[in-house]
Ligand binder design. Structure first.
Ligand SMILES: [Zn+2]
Ligand SMILES: [Zn+2]
Length: 137
């Protein structure tokens, strides 16, 4: 059962989420800043089988996370919108970029990670757990 739909800016990539995300995490790391062009990324942790690509071509950039392990950043090959990331230390999980959802109402971050890289003007959300680095670090 589809619970949410999303896609890239140009509309060629479309996907459905079949389950509610396990959690919603804001990431302030430098790589998310570079990849998104914003000051942080907002990621839905979705099980692999809960993500269903409907159409479009994704390209993959193999990044190296702070852990030193590869992370795979998937983006639309036409417009460049980041769609999801797979991290080596989160097997079976897609980190779906919240900004690509058609409607993200009702999704509030539970955690903020890499807070030491947060923009100096950023005020942590009042009800999030804030991690200086990654939760496992
Ligand atoms: Zn696109
Ligand atoms: Zn990040």
């Amino acid at each position: 059962m589809t619970i949410r739909n999303g896609g890239c800016l140009c509309g060629k990539v479309r996907y459905s989420l079949l389950a509610a995300p396990q959690s919603v995490v804001m990431c302030h790391c430098h790589h998310c800043q570079k990849a998104s062009g914003g000051s942080f990324s907002v990621n839905l942790l979705v099980k692999e089988e809960g993500y269903q690509q409907q159409q479009g071509q994704l390209k993959c950039f193999t990044d190296t996370g702070d852990s030193g392990l590869p992370s795979y950043r998937y983006f639309c090959s036409d417009c460049g919108s980041p769609v999801f990331t797979k991290a080596t230390n989160l097997p079976g999980i897609y980190l779906v970029k919240a900004g690509t959802l058609d409607d993200s109402n009702g999704l509030t971050p539970q955690a903020e990670i890499y807070a030491r890289h947060a923009a100096e003007w950023h005020v942590p959300l009042s009800n999030t757990v804030c991690f200086t680095d990654a939760p496992s670090a």
